[in-house]
Design a protein around this ligand. Structure first.
Ligand SMILES: Nc1nc2c(ncn2[C@@H]2O[C@H](COP(=O)(O)OP(=O)(O)OP(=O)(O)O)[C@@H](O)[C@H]2O)c(=O)[nH]1
Ligand SMILES: [Mg+2]
Length: 786
């Protein structure tokens, strides 16, 4: 006690005007709960006048000894309530103490003579000092005041901040607006505080910090289009679907029509929600634009003009307006910026070009569609789709097997009839069994008949998923049987099992054998009786996927969105054709069968930009049975479909790209089946070429028979197209199962689109620009394009 009396007392007085509810204070030592003044804030020997609000009431004011003064006359016994009166306080502080303990008296350690609080805060913060106890160690964790940024160590923080009725503020900062740079950290306290206080306390403090009125952004501090916001406008702005990020006091401009938002005098920084009723009218010079282009009453900046040029082009194209002839291509960085939000959504939407992929049955449309997914999508197929492939492959394998079994029956019947005929001609059967090489055992025959019945009934689901496990032994036996092997090789000779059937039949049998081995090993090794092989980890390979038929939905409509990825092959030789990630494409594939039945389906596609029509080059000697039941040449059936699509009213002004697919099959076939097997091609006269050049010989003057054939077919289709429309047909060739050729063909579609767009932009009707002879025309950019 004696020591306390010896303490040097520094006294200073200040006045404050209290406007809160009446307060009583009558105890000299235990002062009223109203003293938020941090003595360090009070300039030495000066009197400050403050207007206080209710929030300034603090539960602890110790150790400042304040006295209610009247004209500096000490009157510590005054017990009258004060309200709205000017009150003077005299504070006394213990000097010299550097105590770090929790004793409240340690606050008296402050250097009250330090005048500039702000400077001091900064100075101490710079040196990593605690504002109260001067602990200058960066490693000592500190919590900062959200108003003045003074930092406090663990020993001082609670003394300095008290009960934190407005969150983490020094007592003297209570009632003051926060430092705007701290807005992002509202409600997020340090680990130090978390360790010191209970969870509940922390939660309460953080909640009050975020929600208390004085900490909120003040509408008066924000100007939009030169007009100060009112509370309602601020609420509207902050709660719109796409609000400005990290809104701070300042002056902004806002284009209500487009939603562009930026700082006054600067280019747009964000697109917020349009049509908000906030702020005044936008000024022409809002963004200090100098591009001589005015959009929604604002002169845009040069940078904006450069970035917006693709959109302007698009809009001009849409409105059939001419665009400036010189087209600057934005750098990829600029384009990326565009993609990441600079363009309004509607512009992005407009950028999606729709390509409709159609073709006669079996022409390869679904193969090209799947190739597009594999080529341009990071994840071409979902797990579910892969699972579907698996099931479809299994089903198809059984279907192909049934084709083989049917053929076996037919061949056996033929053989036996022939044998019977021979017998009747007195040529006794040598083996004497009355069996042909296509005959199978009664057990396998029963299985074969049962399987055929199931397949004919179309009820293959009935034997799944048990099919593999239950029937695998029989399938294996069947497959190994010499009669089936003989049928298989006969089928190949007769070209009855082609493409997918041949591929999957062989693979399917191998798989069944593999599964069977697996089942047997388990039975012998562990005594397990049933293994669900439908759960095996079989994952279809890319070739399996490409060869799987019947994967699209029942109405045969499938669509996928993608962007062309940069391609080393085809982009390198299209100089200046920068890959534009903004351009999205949608490939829509319709099943050819559906079109024949109902061309009305095409009415749905009036918004496509290009029709890709797919033709199988190898169809020229194939036949199908159309509605009449008569056998029709497939190429003629394909021509008929082509004519009906081209002349469909929806595609009156549409561009067409013809893909001549299956060039590999044509190459094989043309050597032994003449092209004029198809009556449409009866005037095909191949040039008599010299011998095929060998390795090292000059190929320039040599055109293979297949090349001549596909050029001739392309010519026939072009002539047909020209007779039906006034447009030009773009043509390219592909091998559906070869990724690169499909890539080239689809990029050619992109080129066609680009050229046609540019043509309409420039309002050029000069078809010659697009002739196949023009050096820069898309036709010449692709090696196999015609
Ligand atoms: N050899 C070869 N086979 C191809 C080519 N393109 C597709 N195929 C195969 O031809 C068969 C038919 O191809 P799809 O893509 O299913 O034809 P589609 O146009 O979808 O015909 P539908 O399924 O009847 O609508 C499949 O077995 C493909 O694997 C190609 O360029 N060369
Ligand atoms: Mg198909």
């Amino acid at each position: 006690m004696e020591e306390e009396e010896e303490e040097e007392e520094i006294e200073y007085s200040f006045a404050l005007e209290y406007t809160g509810p009446p307060l009583l204070f009558n105890d000299d030592d235990d002062l009223p709960k109203v003293l938020p003044i941090d003595i360090n804030r009070i300039p030495t020997a000066s009197i400050v006048s403050l207007t206080l609000s209710n929030e300034l009431i603090l539960p602890v004011i110790h150790p400042i000894r304040a006295k209610h003064c009247n004209n500096n006359k000490e009157d510590t016994t005054d017990s009258r309530p004060i309200h709205g009166r000017r009150v003077s306080f005299v504070a006394s502080v213990d000097a010299g103490s550097t105590d770090e303990d929790e004793d409240d008296s340690s606050i008296e350690n402050h250097d009250v003579e330090n005048a500039e609080h702000g400077n001091e805060v900064q100075e101490k913060a710079k040196r990593g000092l605690c504002y109260l106890c001067c602990r200058g160690n960066w490693l000592v964790e500190k919590e900062g005041c959200i108003v003045c940024n003074a930092k406090y160590c663990k020993s001082c923080v609670l003394r300095a901040m008290g009960s934190m009725p407005e969150g983490r503020k020094c007592r003297s900062c209570i009632g003051l607006p926060i430092d705007e740079s701290k807005r992002g950290s509202l409600g997020r306290c340090s680990r130090m505080l978390k360790r010191m206080l209970s969870k509940l306390e922390i939660r309460q403090i953080m909640e009050v910090e975020k929600s208390c009125g004085v900490n909120q952004l003040h509408p008066q501090s924000i100007y939009v289009n030169g007009k100060q916001l009112c509370q309602k406008e601020l609420v509207l702005l902050q709660n719109c679907p796409n609000p400005p990020t990290k809104l701070k006091p300042g002056r902004f401009w806002y284009d209500k029509l487009s939603g562009f938002w930026g700082k006054e005098g600067l280019h747009p920084c964000k697109i917020i929600s349009p049509h908000l009723n906030v702020g005044g009218h936008i000024m022409r010079n809002a963004s200090n634009g100098n591009a001589n282009v005015i959009i929604n009453n604002r002169e845009i900046t040069k940078r904006e003009r450069r970035l917006l040029r693709p959109a302007i082009k698009l809009i001009c194209a849409a409105l059939s307006l001419p665009t400036p002839p010189k087209i600057e291509i934005p750098t990829s960085e600029e384009v990326n910026k565009l993609v990441s939000g600079f363009f309004p959504e509607y512009v992005k939407q407009q950028k999606r070009r729709k390509l409709l992929l159609v073709g006669y049955k079996g022409s390869g449309t679904s193969t090209i569609y799947k190739q597009a997914k594999l080529l341009y999508k990071a994840e071409p197929f979902s797990d579910e789709e892969l699972q579907n492939f698996n099931v479809t492959i299994q089903k198809n394998s059984y279907q192909y097997l049934s084709m083989l079994l049917e053929l076996r029956e037919h061949l056996e019947h033929e053989d036996l009839t022939e044998m019977a005929n021979r017998q009747s001609l007195d040529q006794p059967d040598d083996n004497g069994h009355g069996l042909s090489i296509f005959s199978i055992s009664p057990k396998l025959k029963a299985f074969s008949e049962w399987l055929l019945k199931i397949v004919v009934s179309g009820n293959l689901e009935a034997i799944f998923p048990a099919a593999n496990s239950d029937y695998a032994p029989l399938v294996k036996e069947l497959w190994k049987d010499s009669a089936i092997q003989a049928t298989f090789s006969r089928a190949r000779d007769l070209q009855l099992l082609q493409g997918a059937a041949e591929y999957f039949l062989q693979r399917g049998m191998v798989r069944v054998s593999f599964f069977l081995t697996y089942v047997l090993i388990n039975i012998n090794g562990t005594g397990l009786q049933i293994i669900d092989i439908s759960r095996s980890d079989y994952k279809p390979s890319e070739t399996d996927i490409l060869k799987t038929e019947g994967i699209t939905s029942s109405n045969g409509l499938a669509c996928t969105d993608f962007s062309f990825s940069p391609s080393a092959v085809s982009d390198a030789d299209t100089a200046g054709d920068q890959h534009d990630p903004l351009l999205r494409y949608q490939l829509i594939r319709i099943h050819g069968g559906n079109l024949q039945e109902n061309c009305k389906l095409l009415d749905m596609f009036e918004d496509v930009q290009l029709v890709i029509f797919c033709v199988a080059l190898s169809d020229y000697d194939q036949f199908c049975h159309e509605g009449t039941g008569n056998a029709t040449n497939k190429m003629l059936a394909c021509r008929k479909l082509f004519e009906s699509v081209v002349t469909h009213p929806t595609f009156k002004k549409m561009n067409f790209h013809l893909i001549l697919n299956k060039i590999d099959l044509l190459e094989e076939k043309i050597e032994h089946v003449p092209l004029n097997k198809c009556s449409w091609f009866d005037d095909f006269v191949p040039l008599k070429t010299r011998h095929r050049p060998q390795n090292g010989e000059n190929h320039n003057n040599y055109t293979s028979l297949a090349e001549q054939a596909f050029q001739y077919i392309a010519y026939k289709f072009k002539r047909l197209f020209a007779s039906l429309t006034d447009r030009k047909l773009y043509v390219s060739v592909s091998k559906g199962l070869e990724r690169e050729t499909v890539d080239v063909a689809l990029r050619y579609s992109r080129e066609v689109l680009k050229w046609e767009e540019e043509r309409s932009n420039h309002c050029i009707t000069e078809i010659s620009n697009f002739s196949t002879e023009a050096s820069s025309s898309p036709s010449n950019r692709e090696t196999k394009s015609l």
